[in-house]
Design a protein around this ligand. Structure first.
Ligand code: 4AD
Ligand code: MG
Length: 467
């Protein structure tokens, strides 16, 4: 049988029965003859206070007294006692404790997480222990709940979950920031001075970690109508920013018989669903983020749920930005990618909330996007949110074989490598569309955590692959 979790124990009727608490000591305080031990097992934000009455409780054995004396933050314990109404504020119940077992000591001289607040930078170096802190415990619970929420959202709407491959031979985004996967002996190769012969490599050709499951998801969408992927993706971008990781999780729905408007609608409904879920199911954790990380975050999320996202075409967006050009370091100009300062301006000043920018110039978007009649723009959409910028990127796909081949040729892509992808247009082609949401960007947005490296357990970025 599994041991009860603190989150459930605190809801038991007080005074009814003896209970046992298991977890890690957050703090220990002494006041006259009483010792207060705050224990947390990560099952919820709040732990439980266990009070030892050293003077008057005859049940306290000498061994319990001895352990109490040296007990320190980080130790794992089992505490036996009775649940009683708590006189302290901020908690309904506490444990009137009568026995204490030390399961694992955490010597105060060496245990790196002391009672005081540590900086997020310091904790990043301790990624194996940081889940024991209030902040990272809360992030982990929100992340877990939202993962499940992603599946709930799609499963309730007739989408099937597809496991797209992690190792692939294609560059789905055509952006060239790929991690190569090889079993060739690089050292021997360097010594020989020869070029690698990929026929001798594991897959018989160059292979990479996927940057997106989209192309493979399209093959299933044109069979099962509605699908989604949710898995790790990899980008060897040298962008050392607070919103880029080399390994991140992406959710990619793909829908047959759908156009750009469908995906815009789906993206908005999806985000609002997840915000509603997290406000309801992670209220305690969100209250913490609101108080300590990002003031007003819960009200912001509720505000987003209650309002409509603002659609604006790229062309109109650039016109607005050009009128305000003096505010920016990077001059906005039609044809160039929006910089994060531009994205922030659109969300924070123009719309005061999420914005969906549509119909970008084809030059700055991927090869598979459907060309508009103007032949200059494609049916792309990016959802931008305040503070963060892009959280979702999507498009209607080019379903016309001739046009897609033209576009790929113009970009110098090897058409023969994409025969399978083009088959979808050759046989039973349909209009279809989808988007990708970076899961860590979502977590950043709902928690207010500033750095993306603090919302994934083990961040991978340039020069960073510890643990
Ligand atoms: O805009 P992106 O590159 O789009 C695609 O990959 C498409 N295949 C999606 C699709 O249409 N199915 O990436 C999608 C999202 C971005 O909006 C962003 O939220 C996130 O993935 N993202 C990253 N998150 C963390 N670190 C990075 N390096 C990211 N690059 C993209
Ligand atoms: Mg994008």
């Amino acid at each position: 049988m599994l041991f009860p979790l603190i989150k459930d124990v605190v809801n038991l009727p007080a005074e009814s029965q003896d209970i046992t608490i298991r977890g890690w000591v957050r703090t220990k305080r002494e006041l006259k003859n009483r010792t207060f031990v705050e224990v947390n097992d990560g099952s919820s934000f709040g732990g439980i206070q266990c009070t030892f009455d050293r003077g008057s409780d005859a049940r306290l054995s000498p061994s319990t007294e001895a352990i109490l004396g040296t007990l320190s933050t980080g130790s794992s314990v089992a505490i036996h006692g009775r649940l009683v109404p708590s006189p302290a504020s901020g908690q309904d119940v506490e444990v009137a404790a009568f026995a204490l077992e030390l399961i694992g000591d955490a010597p105060a001289e060496t245990y790196p997480l002391q009672k005081k607040r540590h900086s997020l930078e310091f904790l990043r170096e301790l990624a194996h222990l940081r889940a024991r802190t209030a902040t990272f415990g809360a992030v982990a619970r929100v992340r877990s709940r939202l993962s499940f929420g992603v599946h709930q959202f799609f499963q309730e709407r007739g989408f099937h979950y597809v496991h797209t491959p992690i190792i692939t031979g294609n560059d789905a985004e055509g952006a060239g920031s790929l991690f190569q996967v090889t079993t060739l002996d690089l050292k021997a190769l360097a010594q020989s001075g020869k070029d690698p012969d990929y026929r001798e490599d594991f897959f018989g050709k160059p292979s990479y970690l996927t940057v997106s499951g989209q192309l493979e998801a399209e093959t299933y969408a044109t069979a099962l109508s509605r699908v989604y992927t949710f898995g790790p993706t990899f980008r060897a971008e040298h962008s050392n920013t607070t919103r880029h990781l080399a390994e991140f999780w992406m959710i990619e729905p793909e829908v047959a018989f759908a156009d750009l408007a469908c995906t815009m609608d789906l993206a908005e409904t999806f985000l609002k669903f997840l915000f509603t879920l997290v406000l309801r199911d992670c209220a305690e954790d969100l209250a913490f983020f609101d108080a300590r990380i990002q003031k007003g975050i819960t009200a912001t999320l509720q505000g987003v749920i209650d309002s409509r996202f603002t659609p604006i075409s790229y062309t109109d967006a650039v016109a607005v930005l050009e009128k305000n050009a003096s505010r920016f370091t990077f001059k906005p100009c039609w044809g160039a990618d929006l910089q994060s300062e531009h994205e922030r301006f659109l969300t924070e000043h123009v719309a005061g909330g999420p914005v969906i920018v549509t119909d970008y110039p084809k030059e700055i978007k991927a090869f598979y996007m459907k060309l508009n009649d103007d032949e200059r723009t494609v049916r792309a959409m990016d959802v931008l949110v305040p503070r963060l910028g892009e959280i979702i990127g999507g498009s209607q796909r080019e379903e016309n074989l001739t046009r897609l081949e033209q576009r790929m040729r113009a970009l110098g892509m090897k058409i023969e490598d994409y025969g399978w992808y083009l088959d979808l247009r050759r046989y039973g082609t349909v209009p279809h569309a989808g988007f990708g949401m970076g899961f860590e960007r979502l977590i950043q947005y709902v928690t207010g955590m500033v750095n993306i490296r603090d919302v994934i357990p083990y961040p991978r970025a340039v020069g960073q692959a510890e643990f």
